[in-house]
Design a protein around this ligand. Structure first.
Ligand code: GAL
Length: 961
């Protein structure tokens, strides 16, 4: 706290955790005790300041019939009640003067009435629970003040037994958008005030436990689980019929069990029976430790194929319904993600039930981030100011107590991006004391003094390799350095999935596989937080007129806002697939590797197919021996003829997350790829009446410009090096170098001029020599187009020689041309079905693909380069009747087609800005710059950089009838 306050601060600026509430305890979905949801339509009155209205609304008889209504759970800013969402990444959207918050503090007074069904007042107590309110609430029931709380994504309960009555209860909740808690909740996301999680009334019968703690470890040597349930406030019995267990609470029992893992989420149904309440238990036995410098679960090293998940829905913000939660998990499992970091706060508690059930390793993260202090050199950082420590400990306790009974939760995270400080140490100490059976994570303190594992965000591949060898740069204090060096390593964030990308995932995966210390990572992040918007499709920062904002940095997920998988997710699926299918060491074989940590391969079945030029020549089941985790086998294919051999691993049975036949993994082996011969030169150019005719090609005699091929008009064919910079091309403001998107624009690559030097007809060819360069500089690309023709095909060889001082790579290198809008159907043999770039092409399947040009576009929320298909051998653009143009490459090329130009794509800020024109623009690229991850991480690896260098490439064009 920076200044002295001469008078007491109002409750919402008081750094204490709150008042009047009950101590935290575990959350469970149901028991035989009565419960009643208070979700639904509530009355709401919005005030512009925290003090504008008095508290008389909480008293009995207040007439709120003139107020607006709001859905609870929900955010009032997304319901047309008033106010607007606001997005900032790091910076606080208010003056930083902790614990003070602005006078302009949108405040929502919420009101609802309710009656109690029978049976509630017969004895015991009644508890009122809030699962999440942003950012602070003060609560009254029947005019009596219950207390107040902060900690937006944490539960808060009040005892209301003496206050609640059979009929006409009035529940009043005053919610302030800003409180001192906001200083602790500076996560990179929308600021969205409101009662955004459930409100529930719970009957607590006499003799019901206050709380309970399930301890269920697994001894992998003995194959046995040990169960002990601590019960607070009531004795009882723990019954697990399937295991024949019936023991007193507090008593340990050891029985042979199948362990719980994320791959095999074996849960045992049981019950905690107390005099007042019977509580269902779902018990998963597992033990997590750091041993031999590795995170080990049930005695084995695990590899995290993880993702960071914020709670998000494009219409309801952080109010996420049960179906959406399940959908997230099903999608994760189908793209075999096995771990989730609940960035950067505990999720809706029901989400963790689903993780237990469906199988995911969870890093449960506390609702804590003070990143906005970084630019103030961490002055007055609450995590290093003991006045805030009670609030931090309260947050830690609310997370741990709420979520301690989940098998899926194996790591507690103190929070995100808070710098370092004594408050974090206090949290870690408390957590270890309360729950020594899990690990503690925090990334922001490089000393690692409070944690069990070394965690970083966005390190380069080179650094990860050093860490893998335990030879990273030393840390100041030798003792801490030695401690950290002995720790396992994870990346709590990597692969920044903003816009097109992330690139370089495969290379990280290879490092995880090579170095046992590198136990994987969590891609940033699961879903784009684009909010549904009437004009923009999906809105991002700035679209609501925010004074400060961070633009589309809020759209950096593997899913688009509507939860359609982006190419990034398809790529991630391929990169992390748990069965690796590759060419075997001898011809006609495949190598099948089991990359699971625990599972054998008996849950998948293998099939093969053989295609030539995209046509299936044969297919059938493939017999593969049951391979143990970490092992592999070489299996003969039923032939070794030329073409593409594809082997797929399919789920053999339905699971909770996919049906039998779901593709778990695939691999391809190409045998003797056919290379089309260059046009055998037969035709000679003929010049007449201002046009040059060469085979099927017709050119303007003066400019040498191609006019048509057969009956297909062709517009503006020429060298193209520009692409609408991706978010990763542009990089983030804090990135030290590269940021090629900006440097390309500075150089003028988006406004290249094409000077025609000569147009020459020479024997059997037409040669056009040009100089391609931007205004204002003396570098450029000497470019020659040489056209030849045989009977049907028109050959083009482009030779490019850079001259001058080129210091940046090229965005792309190829030709672009336009076709009339009617040629809107695409067919190709090459990589597909989705887009791919040099460092994002693992998931590109070689085959024959067909789709409308419209379907080739990837709808990045902020439009940018997208839609290239890799490794294309030939492509056709056809009209409704199947007639059109075909292009073959003498080497595989990149194929892109769209109904707007790269310049239009570049100018667009939201998807609705892209309007189809009269032309289909086609890019055939010899080479393409990689994508990298520089919107928040490392740039393009050197091998994927398209340095300006002399190049030559050829295409053969023909008309398709
Ligand atoms: C990290 C941060 C995340 C998010 C990400 C960039 O530094 O922990 O919350 O901001 O960068 O998208």
């Amino acid at each position: 706290m920076s200044r002295k306050d001469s008078h007491p601060l109002p409750w919402h600026m008081d750094v204490s955790p709150g008042s009047g509430g009950l101590p935290p305890r575990s959350w469970y979905a149901g028991s035989d005790a009565l419960r009643m949801s208070l979700n639904g339509q509530w009355r709401i009155r919005l005030s512009p300041t925290a003090t504008a209205e008095d508290a008389s609304f909480a008293g009995s008889g207040f007439d709120a019939s003139g107020w607006e209504t709001v859905a609870v759970p929900g955010h009032w800013v997304l319901q047309g009640v008033g106010g607007a969402p606001a997005y900032t990444n790091v910076v606080y959207p208010f003056p930083v003067d902790p614990p003070h918050v602005p006078t302009e503090n949108p405040t929502g007074d919420h009101l609802r009435t309710f009656d109690l069904p029978d049976g509630w007042l017969a004895g015991g107590d009644v508890v009122l629970r809030f699962d999440g309110v942003e950012s602070a609430a003060r609560v009254w029931l029947n005019g009596e003040e219950l207390g107040d709380f902060k900690g937006s994504r944490l539960p808060h309960e009040f005892a209301v037994g003496g206050i609640v009555r059979a009929e006409g209860n009035v529940l009043a909740v005053r919610v302030h958008q800003w409180s001192c808690g906001s200083y602790l909740e500076d996560q990179d996301q929308w600021w969205l005030p409101g009662i955004f999680r459930d409100v529930t009334l719970l009957h607590r019968p006499q003799g019901a436990p206050r709380d309970f703690f399930v301890h269920a470890g697994y001894d992998h040597r003995a194959g046995a689980g040990t169960l002990r349930v601590e019960c607070d406030g009531a004795g009882g019995r723990v019954i697990v019929p399937e295991l024949g267990v019936d023991v007193a609470t507090g008593e340990a029992v050891t029985v042979p069990v199948e362990p719980w893992t994320a791959e095999t989420p074996r849960l045992y149904d049981g019950e905690l029976v107390t005099p007042g309440e019977r509580i269902p238990l779902r018990i998963g036995f597992r033990t997590v430790v750091v041993e031999d410098g590795l995170v080990q679960v049930n005695g084995r090293r695990v590899l995290f194929r993880g993702v960071n998940r914020h709670e998000f829905h494009p219409e309801t913000g952080r109010a996420v319904d049960a179906e959406t939660m399940r959908r997230d998990l099903v999608l994760m499992k189908r793209h075999p993600i096995n771990a989730v970091r609940t960035s950067h706060y505990p999720p809706h508690p029901a989400f963790l039930d689903l993780c237990d059930e469906i199988g995911l390793w969870v890093i449960d993260e506390c609702d804590l981030e003070t990143h906005g202090f970084v630019d103030l050199e961490w002055r007055n950082n609450p995590v290093d100011d003991e006045r805030w420590t009670p609030a931090l400990l309260d947050r830690a306790a609310r997370m741990v107590e709420r979520d301690k009974n989940h098998a899926s939760v194996i790591i507690w995270s103190l929070g995100n991006e808070c710098g370092s400080g004594r408050g974090l140490t206090a949290m870690a100490d408390w957590i270890k004391g309360r729950d020594p059976d899990r690990l503690v994570h925090y990334e922001g303190d490089l000393s690692c003094k409070d944690v069990d594992l070394y965690s970083r965000m966005y390190p380069t591949h080179a650094e990860v390799e050093l860490i893998g060898k335990r030879s990273e740069d030393p840390w100041g204090d030798p003792e801490l350095d030695a401690r950290r060096r002995a720790m396992p390593f994870i990346m709590c964030e990597y692969g920044h999935a903003m816009g097109n990308g992330p690139g370089g995932l495969s290379e990280y995966q290879r490092l995880f596989e090579r170095y046992e210390r590198c136990q994987g990572g969590f891609v940033w992040e699961w879903i784009d937080h684009g909010l549904a918007h009437p004009a923009h499709g999906f809105a991002y920062g700035g679209d609501f007129g925010e004074e400060l904002h961070d633009g589309n940095f809020v759209c950096d997920g593997l899913l688009f806002p509507d939860r359609t998988p982006s190419p990034g997710l398809i790529e991630y699926k391929k990169v992390i697939e748990p069965v690796r299918i590759e060419a075997g060491t001898s011809a006609g074989t495949v190598r099948i590797g089991n990359g699971y940590d625990f599972a054998r391969l008996d849950h998948v079945e293998f099939v093969w197919s053989h295609e030539v030029d995209g046509e299936v020549r044969g297919s059938g089941p493939l017999t593969v021996p049951d391979v143990a985790p970490g092992a592999h086998a070489e299996v003969p294919l039923p032939g070794d003829g030329a073409g593409v051999w594809t082997v797929r691993a399919l789920l053999a049975e339905d699971t909770a997350w996919a049906e039998r036949g779901h593709v778990v993994a695939w691999g391809q082996v190409e045998v003797d790829a056919a290379v089309p011969a260059a046009a055998a030169v037969r035709r000679c150019p003929e010049t007449a009446e201002g046009v040059i005719t060469l085979g099927a090609g017709v050119f303007d005699a003066r400019s040498g410009a191609l006019v048509r091929i057969g009956g297909v008009p062709v517009e503006g064919l020429r060298l193209d090096v520009w692409r609408a910079p991706t978010d990763n091309d542009n990089g983030a403001a804090w990135q030290p170098d590269e940021r090629y998107g900006l440097r390309w624009r500075e150089l003028g690559l988006h406004r290249m001029r094409h000077r025609i030097d000569t147009v020459e007809v020479d024997g059997d060819s037409l040669t056009v020599r040009t100089w391609v360069a931007p205004a204002g500089v003396d570098l450029g690309l000497r470019t020659e187009y040489r056209w030849t023709a045989d009977g049907e095909r028109l050959g083009l060889t482009v030779s490019v020689a850079p001259e001058g001082d080129w210091r940046v790579p090229l965005p792309r290198l190829g030709v672009r041309f336009g076709l009339p809008a009617a040629y809107g159907g695409a067919r190709w043999f090459g990589g597909g079905p989705g887009e791919a770039y040099p460092d994002t092409r693992a998931a590109s399947v070689l085959g024959r693909w067909e789709m409308p040009v419209d379907a080739m576009q990837t709808p990045y929320v902020r439009p940018q380069e997208n839609g290239a298909r890799a490794d294309v051998r030939w492509a056709e653009l056809t009209d409704g009747g199947g007639a059109g143009l075909r292009a073959e490459g003498t080497a595989p090329f990149w194929f892109t087609a769209r109904r707007w130009t790269s310049e239009q794509l570049d100018a667009a800020e939201h998807l609705p800005d892209l309007v189809a024109g009269e032309t289909v623009w086609v890019n055939l690229d010899h080479a393409m710059q990689g994508i990298g991850s520089q919107s928040c991480g490392p740039g393009v690896l050197p091998r994927y950089r398209l340095d300006a260098a002399a190049a030559q490439f050829s295409f053969l064009f023909s008309a398709v009838e």
